[in-house]
Write a protein that binds this ligand. Structure first.
Ligand code: DQA
Length: 145
């Protein structure tokens, strides 16, 4: 089983960026945690981060026929991107949305998630461990399919 893990804009700044929301650990720390969990679950992962919406769309399209699941933190594109929603709908790969913070309890404009309607689950407000929970949900879903 192969899972694509996508991180959107500014998540390369983890560790520096707004630690009150995102903590002090880095993207490299996050990827190490995800890779360890993937190994424990017996699946392979590719982790990719981009600050560019079109790059993320390209990556989702390229996963067609290759990845069994997608774990995505679209970051700010959560709240703006119909293109990411459409990409996930197009490839029909089971997808889980994850957020480090809980956007629903923050600014009003963060309460909208376009991608959510195409996702089998959302994990939010649980910090980095939320990615591990998202991975577990995805793997279980694919195994049950
Ligand atoms: C985020 C929440 C978003 O609102 C924000 O734009 C991010 C990160 C999170 O992981 O909590 O960049 O997706």
């Amino acid at each position: 089983m192969h899972i694509l893990v996508l991180n959107g804009p500014n998540l390369n700044m983890l560790g520096i960026r707004e630690p009150e929301h995102y903590g002090t650990q880095t993207l490299a720390d996050l990827i190490a945690m995800i890779e360890a969990e993937a190994q424990r679950l017996g699946v392979t992962v590719e982790c990719y981060q981009s600050n560019h919406e079109g790059d993320l769309v390209d990556k989702i399209q390229a996963a067609y026929g290759k990845a069994d699941g997608i774990l995505i933190n679209p970051a700010a594109y959560t709240h703006t991107s119909v293109a990411l929603l459409d990409a996930v709908k197009a490839v029909q790969i089971p997808t889980v949305e994850v957020h480090i913070s809980d956007p629903d309890t923050r600014d009003e404009f963060r309460k909208i998630s376009y991608i959510r309607q195409a996702c089998i689950a959302t994990v939010k407000g649980k910090g980095f461990p939320g990615y591990l929970e998202g991975l577990q949900i995805l793997v279980q879903h694919i195994k049950n399919a």
